[in-house]
Ligand binder design. Sequence first.
Ligand code: UD1
Ligand code: UDP
Length: 363
Amino acid sequence: MKKIHLIAAARPNFMKIAPLFHELVERPGLTPVIVHTGQHYDLNMSDVFFKDFNLPDPHIHLGVGSGSHAQQTGNVMIAYEKILLKEKPDLVIVVGDVNSTVAATLAAVKLGITTAHLEAGLRSFDRTMPEEINRIVTDSIADYLWTPSPDGDQNLLNEGIHKEKITRVGNIMIDSLEMLRSTIENMDVPKKFNRKKGSYGLITLHRPSNVDNPETLEKLCKLLKMISLKLPLIFPVHPRTLARLLKTGNMSLLEGGGTITLTTPLGYTEFMNLVMGSRLLITDSGGVQEESTYLGIPCLTLRSNTERPVTVTQGTNRLCSPDTLSDMVGLALAGNFSRGTRPDLWDGRTAKRVADCIERLNL
Ligand code: UD1
Ligand code: UDP
């Protein structure tokens, strides 16, 4: 039996390992083991996804929690190295671009354990983003690089990575969505918030560049309030953002008037039901840019760059600044927005392609 560690840490990781876990348990000779680093730990940032995706409790939990970048990365490395020495997995699979992704990769590669990165090759070319540093380091040392789109392959080749390490497998987030589509479609989450399908916009915001600077946050809150007078908004608030809104007193700019519905972070099926029923999305999330492109829903991304350029060139994603957001909302509401096309290999079969790759490895 080949033991395969799947590293999960933060919200966007759980939906990436879920389809892969379910695929790997079906493959004879392969045993997937879920390792949760504990980077995200609130019920609605972690546990809820294990229920949604019918995953077993993590087989191994490192319990590292929050901290500065160095603390969090270092704590995962120290805790995971001990596990690696004891468990000796045949393959470690890391996903995405969070601090735990790079930390687990560093720990595993230095012990000579074969390591693969799922969602490799994405680049924003913005090194002020912590995720960009995590992506560059992870991709430069991992043994196998599984990419979601052609730009990923090209970025890796441009960095001098040997083409034999790279396989385009497609976008695993679409597997997650297709896996739970019927459950999602049978829900009516807008009703819970006294809204009807197609009558609201949905917001997610958590990037340090948007929420950590009090002036930027204040500007965004005022802008969202103004937009909500034209289109009611639902806003599941990420814990980083909640902390900043409360600390700066900007929460009061969003509350009142009943045009912005604030809620805790939502489980995956609840959230995706809200996505499917929304007129438009306002976000800085990586995953939401992809989900909206797949579903053909206008997505206004409050960032000056994206590591997921196919969502702009092919999909429904548009980059915005606080200065352009209002006009872009106007365009979307006027129906002046391309429906886009689905990128190649965003088809719900990525986990199968990854499992096929693993079976071909000489582990
Ligand atoms: C992290 C990832 C980011 C990803 C995001 C997804 C890094 C550098 N950042 O950002 O790439 O897009 O997750 O959501 O890895 N907190 C809680 N409860 C939790 C988790 C966090 O209250 O369950 C609070 C803590 O105050 C913590 C803060 O949120 O300090 C930030 O958490 P952290 O994991 O460091 O970064 P995120 O902003 O969540
Ligand atoms: N998501 C969710 N509940 C929420 C907000 C988001 O289930 O309240 C899901 C959604 O599928 C999204 C994914 O979590 O694509 C990742 O979200 P996040 O923005 O936290 O991470 P990022 O993709 O930016 O790293």
